[in-house]
Design a protein around this ligand. Sequence first.
Ligand SMILES: Cc1ncc(COP(=O)(O)O)c(C=O)c1O
Length: 459
Amino acid sequence: MKFENLHFPEAPIITGNIPGKKAQKILTKQERIEGKAVSYPKAIPLVLDEGRGATLKDSDGNIFIDFFAGAGVVALGYNNPIILKAVEEQLHKITHTLDFPTEVRITLVERIREILPGKLKNNMKVQFGGPTGSDAVEMALKFVKILTQRRSFISFEGAYHGMTSGALSLTSGRFWKEQFTPLLPDIHFLPYAYCFRCPFNREFKNCGMICAQYYNRKLTDPHSGIVQPAGTIIEPIQGEGGSIIPPEGFVKEIENISRQYDIPLIFDEIQSGFNRTGKFFSFEHDKAIPDIITMSKAIGGGFPLSAIAYRDDLDKKNKWTKGAHIGTFRGNVTAMAAGVATIDFMIENDLSTYVTTLGQYMLQCLKKIEKSSAIIGEVRGKGLMIGLEIVTDKETNNPSEELAKLIRLETFNRGVILELGGHYNNVLRILPPLIITKDLVDKGIDILKSAIESIEYSK
Ligand SMILES: Cc1ncc(COP(=O)(O)O)c(C=O)c1O
């Protein structure tokens, strides 16, 4: 398929002040009648009307380049005809089936099993739960608790696993938790391989992967304060934590140590999965092997769907039986049709190579901007999961949320949508639909560059 035809061809077009008149009216109304926890439109005053590929039209006819993909959900872009066709067909058949099998449900399970790498291929079972990523995380927690009959968990600094109680317990961000604790007891956060701000203040050249060794120490030392965990959960590439790409070997080492101590290892691929980083699963970059994988976002082709996959052999050891995890929306069959279409599209169009090549190109362009900028501390990325860490100055590398926010707004006003993340909310996160074209990438990067320059010069 020609990806060029998927987008509004004229993007970006900004016709006046944003938000325009129509948008302002709707935003004001939303603020008046929706709950206060609504967040995105308070940072990006956007009223969406229509999406095409990696471009979005607002209610006043402005057209934006989308570097956000609805938080990584719309991997194949908005209104992709392949997805529309699959969904339309399904809509006319049946849309709600609990966990009764349908042809499309079983096809999706087969596809997920087939895309697993190496020894895992066709050797994992798939279980659908509620439709969100958090639901998949809750299910994974329950699964390993039942498996091990243990209760404690290890997670990592910078982790984001969701907002339901269990998932939030494993999420590190203080902002979301401080008015809500206590959550699950016995959750321990260990340092992630965040080399730009190494928690041990080391240089990677001679650090001996001290963060992975610290995990080892916590499990070896009887006085580390941690009882034998039910599981360890980790994002093989961290998303909300700031697009953090750990060095080669880190995730594999976490696996090795987990095996040594018989701790089930959960890889959270909710954001990094389904070719976001140029492979179906981001743990493939490090040839690591999980016991359980959590999946959501792209798996539903833009519709809410989540699942876990767990190693076949864990089924035999486990008391994970009929009804161990139930719920009304145990897999939405319309989303499943979109999921099958998504995976097929990814394979047929060799999206893995496309994302890898385009991601490398983007990284190269952004690294050039990093060199000439005084406020970009680091550009990092894998595939189309990219982060620019904004700092006050390159001597101290102190994080600057304030500058990052100004850049995000300025970029938006010029026609590109991107989000913020990171420990200090100072990382510009680039996460476009995977079918974005080089032409749109070039235009988007030019706009981002000019926005950064304008903020930098007015500093
Ligand atoms: C890695 C990861 N896990 C879990 C979640 C939670 O997913 P949801 O927001 O659908 O509950 C997210 C959401 O951004 C995520 O990035």
